[in-house]
Write a protein that binds this ligand. Structure first.
Ligand SMILES: *Cc1c(COP(=O)(O)O)cnc(C)c1O
Length: 474
């Protein structure tokens, strides 16, 4: 089966649709007249009809008909006709280790972000590890991080021998709360590591002002925030450096990949050396004894991964626009149902990336329905969804670092008192998001049509209407 040309179409569905139209001899405009037709837009059985009680469809989770059976957009989107030549040419060239294609991808990514330099590395995790290392962050240092993030943000701090200090999130935005940063600053604090989590920008004006006041570095984790903007500036380019991930689920997927971006060219030169055995910047791949400038590791990218990046980068801007349009529409639609509180963007956000679309599910306003039951019911209606992150402090990896040989040499026993650390790093808002309220839709769902968004909103309204019945089911 050939893959999709446009992100908002789906061959399988088109095929079914064509068959349907052929067999019934009616046009798409007539579909709304066929009430049992499962692929009809939810518009005609929309949010309001569910809320006002005109609709009494039984919930799918209780044996009723799913509101939607149509498939969602698959990810990644790959079209052999337009996307494959670059990759095939690269493979046939036999030059697979980093060289010209990687240089070209780096230049293209730097241009897309309007930043002086971009260095492509093996993945986003190592982008963070390398950037922190080249900011000279290590033993005895503290780095301020949000708790609501992917584990790699925090492991990157620990792997450099520094201590992550958690700054709780703002419930409305899901982002590190600027009001809570200063209370966490100590003489050991070296950097703030804001994460534009879910692809929604942090409050960068406030964060940069606090960093300036306290002479701290800012490293942005923009691994979920490709082309997101704060005050018309791309996130990842506002702090001293920014990190991106091109892992398969991310908005620009190349399998495994990452980038460090910065306007500080010397800094990127140093990062290049560190990721290339410590060889001086610009040393050609294949040079065996280029003479090491410094201690280095190797987390280079490959030519074919970069070729995939060049093939897919051309779609990113239009896809980002589609995600923004659909997110704004979906946000307005789902907010009509009680107990559904969509994310808030900071005033200066000019564009988000929507790696995920989040909202808060408030049980107390949703007839007391548990989030678990809500998610199950939503999935049964044909709407994929997730409860998102588990609190990082409930995992074992920080304790594991504290108990390591290296940490025991770098810190005193008191500094590694894990129970004390847990007490000082409590994040009640994060616990609420993780354990009670957060619900996510994936970025690829936002590449669909308005009627796809209507399906989501109608399914939520349908569950609200039938919540009492669902509650009775134990
Ligand atoms: C994906 C991600 C990373 C790590 O990127 P990889 O390419 O998977 O190593 C780091 N931080 C955040 C917020 C991420 O979402």
């Amino acid at each position: 089966m050939t893959m999709l040309m446009k992100p908002n179409t789906n061959n399988q569905n088109n095929e079914t649709r064509r068959k349907f139209i052929k067999s019934t001899g009616i046009f798409a405009a007539g579909l709304a007249l066929v009430p049992s037709f499962s692929m009809a837009s939810a518009k005609d059985k929309g949010v309001w009809s569910f809320l006002t009680g005109k609709q009494d469809d039984k919930l799918a989770v209780l044996g009723g008909k799913p509101l939607r059976t149509k498939a969602w957009q698959k990810w990644p989107i790959w079209n052999p006709e337009t996307d494959e030549k670059r990759v095939v040419d690269t493979i046939r060239s036999g030059v697979w280790s980093r060289a010209g294609v990687a240089n070209e991808f780096e230049a293209a990514w730097a241009k897309a972000l309007d930043v002086k330099r971009s260095l492509t590395v093996a993945n986003g995790t190592n982008a963070l590890i390398v950037a922190l290392h080249q900011m000279n962050i290590g033993a005895g240092d503290e780095v301020l991080v949000p708790p609501y993030t992917f584990i790699a943000t925090v492991s990157a701090v620990l792997l450099n021998g520094a201590i992550p200090v958690f700054v709780d999130v703002d419930l409305e935005t899901f982002q590190m709360d600027p009001d809570k940063i200063e209370a966490k600053i100590t003489p050991r604090t070296k950097a703030i590591l804001p994460v534009h989590i879910l692809g929604l920008p942090c409050d960068m004006d406030r964060i940069m002002a606090i960093a300036k006041k306290h002479n701290l570095l800012v490293l942005e984790d923009a691994c979920q925030a490709h082309l997101a903007e704060y005050d018309h500036k791309k996130v990842g380019t506002i702090g001293h450096a920014g990190c991106f991930s091109f892992q398969n689920s991310k908005n620009l997927p190349i399998g495994e990949g990452g980038a460090i971006v910065s306007n500080d060219e010397k800094f990127i030169d140093k990062c290049f050396s560190y990721t290339n055995y410590g060889y001086p910047y610009g040393t050609a791949v294949g040079t065996v004894s280029g003479g090491s400038a410094m201690l280095g590791t190797k987390v280079r990218t490959s030519e074919y991964a970069s070729a995939i990046g060049l093939s897919l980068l051309k779609y990113l801007d239009a896809q980002t626009t589609t995600r923004n349009e659909n997110a704004a529409y979906l946000k307005a639609q789902i907010a009509k149902t009680p107990g559904i509180v969509p994310y808030k963007l900071y005033d200066k956000v000019t564009r988000a990336a929507y790696h995920l679309f989040p909202f808060r599910f408030q049980k107390q306003n949703f007839k007391g329905l548990s989030r678990d039951k809500f998610l199950k019911a939503l999935r049964a209606e044909g709407i994929p969804c997730s409860s998102g992150y588990t609190p990082l402090l409930e995992m074992n990896f920080i304790k594991d670092a504290f108990e390591s040989k290296n940490f025991k040499r770098m810190y005193t026993k008191g500094e590694l008192d894990y129970n004390k650390y847990l007490k000082n790093n409590k994040c009640p808002n994060n616990d609420i998001l993780c354990h009670e309220e957060a619900v996510w839709f994936s970025q690829s769902m936002l590449l669909g049509s308005k009627s796809d968004m209507d399906d989501i909103a109608a399914a939520i309204a349908k569950i609200y209407k039938n919540a009492d019945e669902l509650n009775k089911m134990g």
